[in-house]
Write a new protein. Structure first.
Ligand code: FAD
Ligand code: DHB
Length: 389
C-alpha cells in the first residue's frame, strides 16, 4: 500500500490534518490504535479559540459547531469566594466557543468517512521506518496480518504516549517537562450548567472549574492529589467538594445529578524540540502537553496541523520545501506562548503541596492585579481567546 501522508493517530490533530489535506487533493491514510467508539468515548477539552473555529470552517466540518456551539464573551475567576467577570469581548472584541472535543472528533470522522479517505482503526504495533530517507514507511498489524504503508511523509499525531516521538533517536530530540503534583477529577452530568459562562475557582482546598457542553449538559472539575483513585469519589463526595471551593451563589445554584462520566486527568507541561526529523513531523499532544487550566491543548493541536497542512500543500503544489523546513520553528514559537500561559494559569489557580502563606498572598495579588488593571485583564483575554503564531 502507498499514500502521500501517513498519519498516526485519529485524535483531533490527525483527523483535522487528514481533512485539510483531503480537501487539497492530497491522499492520506490514518492509522489508529483504538476503535472508533473508543476514541469517541473520551471526554476531554471543551473550549475552542476563534482560530480553531476558522480552521474547522476551512475544513468544511463546522455546520454542527455553528448550530450547537455556545459563544462565550468571557469567563469568571473566583478567588476564595470573590468572583470577577472578565468580558473578553468588551476588552478586545474576541470570544470563545464552547463545543466538546468529542463533537469536533465526531464531525471530522463523519466527513472523513463520507469522503472515502482511508482510516484503519485497531491498527496494532505501528512502527515507523526510514524517515531519515526519502522513502519512509510505516508497518502495522491488522487482524493479526502485517502490512506496510509506503509514503512521502509521516505525521505523528498519536498523542503523548504514542509511537512517533518514541521512534526518534534520543540524541536528536530535547524534552522539556514539568509534572504537577495533582490531577483534575472531572464529571459529566445531564443537568443545566450552574452559570452562563465558565467559572475558574481558586480555593485553599484546591482548584475547581464549572464548565459545560450544552444548555442541558455540564462538566465540572476539582483538583485532586496526583495519586487519587476515581473509585474513591462518589457523586455526593464530588458535589460536596465542588460546593466548598466556589462562591456561595454558585454553590446554591448548582443543579446536581448522577454523573455519566467520571475520570482523573494528570497535569503536565511538556515540549519536544524540534518537531521535524527528516520526513517525520510531530503535531498535537505527540509534540507537547499543556496543563488544561488555560484550555489550550486542543487549540494548539489544531494550530499545529493548520501549519503542517499548509506546509504539505505548498510542497505538493509548488515543490517548495520552505514550509516543511520552517514548520518546527513556526509552531514552537506559538507552543511556548501557550505553555507559558497554561503554566501561569495553573500556578495562580491551584493549591500546591508547598503553597505557604506567602505564596497564597502572591496568588491573591495576581487576582487583585487582574481585577484592577485593564492591561492585565486584556493580556488574560488575548491569551485565553487565542495566541499569535
Ligand atoms: P489525542 O487526542 O491524544 O489523539 C492521539 C490518538 O493517537 C489517539 O486516538 C490514540 O489512541 C492514538 N494513538 C496513540 N498511540 C498510537 C499508536 N502507537 N498507534 C496508533 N495510534 C496511536 N485539553 C483541554 O484543553 N481541556 C481539557 O479539559 C482537557 N482534558 C484532557 C483530559 C485527558 C485525560 C487528556 C489525555 C487530555 C486532555 N486535554 C484537555 C488535552 C486535549 O484533549 C488534547 O490536547 C488533544 O486531545 C490533543 O489531540 P491530539 O490529536 O494531539 O492527541
Ligand atoms: C474545559 C476544560 C478545560 O481545561 C478548560 O480550561 C475549560 C473547559 C471543559 O472540559 O469544558
Amino acid at each position: 500500500m502507498r499514500t502521500k501522508v501517513a498519519i498516526i493517530g485519529a485524535g483531533p490533530a490527525g483527523l483535522l490534518l487528514g481533512r485539510l489535506l483531503d480537501k487539497a487533493g492530497i491522499e492520506t491514510v490514518i492509522l489508529e490504535r483504538r476503535s472508533q467508539d473508543y476514541v469517541l468515548g473520551r471526554i476531554r477539552a471543551g473550549v475552542l479559540e476563534q482560530g480553531t473555529v476558522e480552521l474547522l470552517d476551512k475544513a468544511g466540518v463546522s455546520e454542527r459547531l455553528h448550530a450547537d456551539g455556545l459563544i462565550h464573551d468571557g469567563v469568571e475567576l473566583c478567588f476564595d469566594g470573590d468572583k470577577h467577570r472578565f468580558n473578553f469581548h468588551e476588552l478586545i472584541g474576541r470570544t470563545v466557543t464552547v463545543y466538546g472535543q468529542t463533537e469536533v472528533t465526531r464531525d471530522l470522522m463523519q466527513a472523513r468517512d463520507a469522503s472515502g479517505a482511508k482510516t484503519i482503526y485497531e491498527a496494532e504495533n505501528v512502527s515507523l521506518h526510514d524517515f531519515d530517507s526519502d522513502k519512509p514507511k510505516v508497518r502495522y498489524l491488522k487482524d493479526g496480518v502485517e502490512h506496510e504503508l509506503a509514503c512521502d511523509f509521516i505525521a505523528g499525531c498519536d498523542g503523548y504516549h504514542g509511537v512517533a516521538r518514541a521512534s526518534v533517536p534520543a540524541g536528536s530530540i530535547r524534552k522539556f517537562e514539568r509534572v504537577y503534583p495533582f490531577g483534575w477529577l472531572g464529571i459529566l452530568v445531564d443537568r443545566p450548567p450552574v452559570a452562563e459562562e465558565l467559572i475558574y475557582a481558586h480555593h485553599e482546598r484546591g482548584f475547581a472549574l464549572c464548565s459545560m457542553r450544552s444548555p442541558t449538559r455540564s462538566r465540572y472539575y476539582v483538583q485532586v492529589p496526583a495519586d487519587e483513585q476515581v473509585q474513591e469519589w462518589s457523586d455526593d463526595r464530588f458535589w460536596d467538594e465542588l460546593r466548598r471551593r466556589v462562591d456561595e451563589e454558585t454553590a446554591d445554584n448548582l443543579v446536581t445529578g448522577p454523573s455519566i462520566e467520571k475520570s482523573i486527568a494528570p497535569l503536565r507541561s511538556f515540549v519536544a524540540e524540534p518537531l521535524r526529523f527528516g520526513r517525520l513531523f510531530l503535531a498535537g499532544d505527540a509534540a507537547h502537553i499543556v496543563p488544561p487550566t488555560g484550555a489550550k491543548g486542543l487549540n494548539l493541536a489544531a494550530s499545529d496541523v493548520g501549519a503542517l497542512a499548509e506546509a504539505f500543500i505548498a510542497f505538493y503544489a509548488e515543490r517548495s520545501s520552505a514550509g516543511i523546513d520552517g514548520y518546527s520553528a513556526r509552531v514552537l514559537s506559538r507552543i511556548w506562548k501557550a505553555e507559558r500561559f497554561s503554566w501561569w494559569m495553573t500556578s495562580i489557580l491551584h493549591t500546591f503541596p508547598d503553597t505557604d502563606a506567602f505564596s497564597r498572598r502572591i496568588q491573591r495579588a495576581e487576582f487583585d492585579y487582574l481585577r484592577s488593571s485593564e492591561a492585565a485583564a486584556r493580556s488574560l483575554a488575548e491569551n485565553y481567546t487565542g495566541l499569535p503564531m
